[in-house]
Design a binder for this molecule. Structure first.
Ligand SMILES: [Zn+2]
Ligand SMILES: [Zn+2]
Length: 127
């Protein structure tokens, strides 16, 4: 039956992975900046879904029916890997939005390798 084939296609892990990458391509910044600890808000489908990476759960119907990683959870994992927490304000930002403290800053507060978000880097004279 055609409905069974559609369901099979929808449950293909490769399809989920591809959809997760699509979500990340469109929404990486807002997903990163939505993070509260390990909790991410991921858009996709009809709304925005809350994902907990520490518990490995998503609130969407797909996840609750299958209990396996959905596109939101996969998207949150990709964004988590591409982002880091600002050493000052502790909010999460995409890696490309963070400034790394280098040796020549001679800062007493930050160590080389620390990463700061734009506003914090500006406030501390790192940029
Ligand atoms: Zn989900
Ligand atoms: Zn900051």
């Amino acid at each position: 039956m055609s409905t069974a084939r559609i369901a099979d296609h929808r449950h293909d892990p490769a399809t989920r992975e591809r959809r997760a990458r699509g979500i990340v391509a469109d929404h990486a910044r807002e997903i990163a900046e939505s993070a509260q600890g390990a909790i991410y808000k991921v858009p996709g489908g009809v709304g925005v879904y809350v994902v907990s990476l520490s518990r490995q759960v998503c609130e969407c119907a797909d996840f609750s029916h299958r209990g396996a990683p959905c596109k939101h959870l996969l998207a949150a994992e990709i964004v988590s890997a591409k982002s880091a927490v600002c050493a000052d304000c502790a909010r999460r930002y995409l890696g490309r939005d963070l400034y790394e403290v280098t040796e020549d800053h001679e800062s007493l507060t930050w160590f080389p390798g620390d990463r700061l978000c734009g506003p914090c880097a500006m406030a501390h004279g790192i940029v």
